[in-house]
Design a protein around this ligand. Structure first.
Ligand SMILES: Nc1ncnc2c1ncn2[C@@H]1O[C@H](COP(=O)(O)OP(=O)(O)OP(=O)(O)O)[C@@H](O)[C@H]1O
Ligand SMILES: [Mg+2]
Length: 228
């Protein structure tokens, strides 16, 4: 299988006034296309930072991140934004939906940024809502949906531009176990359909379903992890 993501010797420091906070201290990781990866580790170990680097939200301090073989570490902000639009869907613990917009409008948003015409946009957004079992809730606003339904809308939004890579940061962290398992089921269907999914999680039941488990400790991978 081809590597969709390669992380090579990546470090990341956040500058806080006079001091550097080292969130990642040298990480090597390969993720194959069509793989379901669980990223675990204690709070503060660098999980979100690594996810953001893989998705081109931030640039590494040193090392390289390759997406579909292309080095994205040196891209400008504008180039990274364009790349994210086509290649990466993000899902967050707190959903980050627009509260005043309908489920449909939330899913349409990335398609609007991508310049897709209105009619096609609507059709594609509805198809994505259908994929997560929410076609009948298209007109509901987030406040009129359950937590699990909000997360489905967020997944539909992440799928809108049909990116090969989905990155989810504790997507079940705000949900009860039953609802979390339903969300996990959606990820499984997506992986079976060829998507690559990386999930940051604290929950053993999520990690136990993953083909590859990667554990971070203090900004480094635990021994034996990540070699692909
Ligand atoms: N913007 C920032 N500025 C300064 N330090 C940061 C910033 N973001 C993260 N850090 C630090 O980097 C380290 C890694 O943070 P990160 O958010 O990646 O951890 P995490 O594993 O996702 O933790 P959690 O499980 O609590 O979400 C932490 O020590 C954190 O305090
Ligand atoms: Mg985090």
């Amino acid at each position: 299988m081809e590597d969709l993501v390669r992380v090579e010797g990546v470090t990341k420091a956040y500058r806080l006034g006079e001091i550097d906070v080292w969130a990642l201290r040298g990480v090597d990781l390969a993720i194959h296309q069509g793989e379901f990866v669980a990223l675990t580790g204690p709070s503060g170990s660098g999980k979100s930072t690594l996810l953001h680097l893989m998705g081109g939200l931030h640039r590494p301090s040193a090392g390289r991140v390759l997406l579909e073989g292309k080095d994205i570490s040196c891209l400008s902000r504008a180039e990274l934004a364009r790349l994210r639009g086509r290649k990466v869907g993000f899902v967050f613990q707190q959903f980050h939906l627009l509260p005043r917009a309908s489920a449909l409008a939330n899913v349409e948003l990335p398609l609007m940024y991508a310049g897709i015409p209105r009619k096609t946009r609507r059709e594609r957004a509805l198809a994505c809502l259908d994929k997560v079992g929410l076609a009948l809730r298209a007109r509901h606003r987030p406040g009129q949906l359950s937590g699990g339904e909000c997360q489905r809308v967020a997944i539909a939004r992440a799928l809108a531009c049909d990116p090969p890579l989905l990155l989810a940061d504790e997507p079940t962290g705000s949900l009860d176990t039953r609802t979390g398992r339903e969300i996990l089921g959606i990820f499984h269907v997506l992986v079976a359909g060829g998507k690559t999914v990386v999930v940051v999680t604290h929950e053993p039941y999520v990690a136990s379903f993953a083909a590859q488990q990667v554990r971070l400790l203090d900004g480094r991978l635990e021994d034996g992890n990540g070699t692909g």
